[in-house]
Design a binder for this molecule. Structure first.
Ligand SMILES: Cc1cc2nc3c(=O)[nH]c(=O)nc-3n(C[C@H](O)[C@H](O)[C@H](O)COP(=O)(O)O)c2cc1C
Length: 308
């Protein structure tokens, strides 16, 4: 049977679209594949100004996103066998357009469907995926796979290149810094996942797909990331509420607090991070076994509230 696959995604720079194109590239002649792109009513700027970028944090973290356009009737009217759902984290949560989509009436398209999430990110995606798992469960969707493509450069390097990309629009390598984003060769090699997805579909065992995807390297996850995300999300929640107390998106009354958050994050990343890496290493040594259990949990698909 020819699977009817919907590839549903948001992508600001086009990176995620490239990843998704690569995943389905080798199964195009065996499956009916349609794309639907999530579009914000008012697009987010690219490149971003620092103020707009950091001003997007509170609504992203508390899940009160700017609205997106409805899905086209020709998409909502069809019955798909499988949905490949591509999204990216913003501030450790699903990006605003993705959250807006998941909260909207047309997210009903997920109801009763097997869903494979595909994440294209810098390297911090755990908390976002927990949120997406919860939304999908609430929509009666069945999460059957998760594929994560992240920038494999060291944390500080990927932070610098993502900043250059977001604020200058420059993805290409320059000076000592490599290109920003997910490595081209990793995007090209993502075609291997499409064949596996197809095979599990025709064999009618999508329930066992994640095991095969993991065997193909769909998720590379270091235990230290769990600690970094635990810390990050606590701070974002605090600062999100603090900024929101002064007004909504773009309100000049909150610009001072947004700037404070921007400065603090810069200090945390570039000055405190060597110290905090050291404390994370100590924590890693002390709590190694429980962190390894966490890693196992985050590589799988089940959802347990409050894991992060
Ligand atoms: C506002 C904003 C916040 C981001 N926050 C994160 C994050 O928390 N974790 C992460 O791994 N990447 C983060 N990124 C990188 C994105 O997940 C993504 O890889 C990048 O924006 C390119 O995606 P796209 O062009 O497909 O939309 C962020 C990007 C933006 C624009």
């Amino acid at each position: 049977m020819r699977p009817r696959i919907l590839v549903l995604y948001y992508s600001q720079t086009g990176q995620l679209r490239r990843i998704l194109d690569s995943i389905v590239s080798d199964i195009k002649d065996k499956a009916d594949i349609e794309y639907a792109c999530i579009e914000p009513v008012t697009p987010f700027p690219f490149p971003w100004t620092p103020l707009k970028f950091f001003d997007a944090m509170p609504e992203t973290v508390v899940h009160t996103p700017s609205p997106v356009k409805p899905l086209a009737a020709e998409v909502t009217g069809k019955n798909y066998d499988l949905i490949i759902f591509g999204y990216q984290p913003w501030f450790l949560n699903p990006s605003q357009p993705v959250t807006a989509f998941l909260q909207a009436e047309f997210a009903n398209i997920f109801k009763g469907k097997p869903v494979i999430t595909v994440i294209g990110c810098r390297n911090m995606w755990l908390h976002s995926q927990e949120k997406v798992k919860a939304y999908l469960a609430g929509l009666d969707a069945q999460l059957v796979g998760n594929i994560v493509l992240a920038d494999t450069n060291p944390n500080l390097v990927s932070t610098l290149t993502v900043i250059r990309w977001a604020f200058k629009g420059q993805k290409e390598a320059s000076g000592l810094l490599p290109a920003a984003g997910v490595q081209d060769e990793d995007i090209a090699a993502a075609n291997r996942f499409g064949k596996t997805i197809y095979q599990h579909f025709v064999d009618d065992n999508l329930f066992d797909l994640q095991r095969s995807l993991l065997a193909q390297g769909a998720i590379a996850l270091k235990p230290g990331l769990v600690i970094l995300e635990q810390r990050g999300i606590k701070n974002f929640r605090f600062w999100g509420k603090y900024i929101l107390a002064k007004g909504g998106p773009g309100d000049p009354a909150r610009a001072g607090r947004v700037k404070m958050f921007q400065n603090l994050l810069t200090v945390a990343i570039f000055i405190l991070s060597p110290i905090s890496n050291l404390t994370a290493l100590i924590k890693l040594a002390i709590k190694r076994n429980s962190l390894l259990k966490d890693v196992e949990y985050f590589r799988q698909l089940d959802y347990q509230e409050g894991r992060l």
